[in-house]
Write a protein of this length. Structure first.
Length: 106
């Protein structure tokens, strides 16, 4: 499955548009991750555990989106947009949404 943020695929023709597809992932952040991230905020450095959660959530959202496109018989999703939001009590969860247009390219 071809996934791109552009609205066309260079060198390929869009044969048919099948509609908007989206995938969502909501990941919780646990107490230990929060604790170690707060320490990193004080001493500096990257919060690797949060980066892993963000990466996993993004991959899950894209996988759901492409699965929905495949269900429509498509071989590509164009114009993909990925959004990140915090939700839940005290913004304790990360929500990632991937959305784009399912198409057939030749």
């Amino acid at each position: 499955m071809l996934v791109t943020t552009t609205h066309n695929v260079e060198g390929r023709k869009i044969v048919e548009y099948r509609g908007i597809v989206a995938g969502e992932a909501i990941m919780g952040a646990n107490v230990f991750r929060d604790f170690f991230a707060s320490i990193r905020d004080i001493v500096g450095g990257r919060a690797g555990s949060y980066e892993k959660v963000m990466s996993d959530a993004r991959e899950t959202a894209i996988a759901e989106m492409t699965a929905r496109a495949a269900e429509l018989g498509c071989n590509a999703v164009i114009g993909v947009d990925i959004d990140y939001e915090t939700v839940g009590a005290n913004d304790s969860m990360l929500m990632v949404t991937a959305a784009g247009t399912a198409v057939i390219v030749a």
